[in-house]
Design a protein. Structure first.
Length: 306
């Protein structure tokens, strides 16, 4: 099954460096069973013609996972996507998961009719601008009394992972996208998910004041500053420092999502040379109750084309 997935992704050109999805698939293919909560393949004549995958990390609620569906070009609009969605529903039912979340970027808008047909509804509250950074100049000024620290595989400390989990739960207490964060979740992000972070610590109290969440595949996915340090320049400092680190790793261009009503984050992104590049739209589907007579599916499940 895993070999079939590799062959399909290669045939679809997704393993070529020039592909827009190259970095994403490289991160998945390293070890799909560490990175994914579920993987479903649609097959026809011993060939993979469609893939559905669900990331391990919870979004919005403990039972919600981010999903991606892809169908080989010759088989689109023939019901393969419906088969994949049905197979993913069954895997979610088995694992006790309750919702699928689909992120739609501007270049993938053609999938929206499929999502609507399969029971996804748009979460308009989370509609976001996509901001891109591709090398524009930026500057920042360090904030006295604070020190920035990297947190990645080479700087991992379980105590810091616990502190960062507490920070997330404070910083994102009013956010819908983050359920409760644990030290185990932070640890898995760092150890298996190609994520790295930069955090700011108050020199006097030792409290973590800010944190960025970054990836090795170009998504600059989170910047959070606790309220006592708003307006100090800390947000721009830790953002600029993270851009420095991205450049040292040779990772460019970058992209982020900012909710369209988040004026402060929009100003921050523009201040470091990022620019708006379309909308990111968010869709949610509730998993139907399981049919008692339905066959059980495993973590990797084939779905037969109808």
């Amino acid at each position: 099954m895993q070999d079939m997935l590799y062959r399909a992704v290669e045939e679809w050109g997704l393993t070529k460096p020039e592909s827009n999805y190259y970095d994403f698939w490289q991160s998945i293919l390293k070890n799909p069973f560490d990175r994914l909560a579920a993987l479903v393949l649609a097959t026809h004549n011993d060939q993979c013609i469609g893939v559905g995958l669900a990331h391990w990390r919870p979004y919005f609620s403990e039972g919600c996972r981010s999903v991606v569906y892809m169908v080989a070009a010759p088989y689109r609009n023939q019901g393969v996507g419906d088969v994949l969605k049905d197979g993913m529903d069954r895997v979610f039912q088995q694992r006790g998961l309750t919702h699928q979340y689909a992120l739609v970027t501007p270049e993938n808008a053609e999938i929206i009719p499929f999502l609507a047909r399969c029971g996804f509804t748009e979460n308009l509250h989370e509609r976001s601008f996509r901001f891109c950074w591709d090398g524009a100049p930026y500057s920042y000024i360090p904030v006295p009394g604070l020190t920035l620290y990297p947190f990645d595989r080479d700087h991992f400390d379980p105590k810091v992972a616990g502190e960062l989990a507490d920070f997330y739960n404070r910083a994102y207490s009013t956010e819908h996208v983050h359920p409760t964060v644990t030290s185990d979740l932070i640890s898995k992000l760092i150890k298996t998910d190609d994520a790295w972070m930069v955090y700011a610590r108050d020199d006097a109290t030792g409290q973590i004041a800010a944190c960025t969440e970054c990836t090795r595949f170009g998504m600059f996915s989170g910047i959070a500053v606790l309220r006592p340090w708003w307006g100090t320049g800390l947000a721009k400092w830790i953002t600029g420092y993270s851009l420095d680190e991205f450049q040292k790793m040779g990772i460019k261009p970058l992209w982020s999502m900012v909710r369209e009503k988040n004026a402060a984050s929009i100003r921050l992104h523009k201040s470091v040379g990022s620019y708006e590049n379309g909308y990111c739209r968010h869709f949610i589907s509730e998993i139907p109750d399981q049919d008692p007579g339905a066959p059980q599916t495993g973590e990797t499940a084939p779905a037969t084309r109808r």
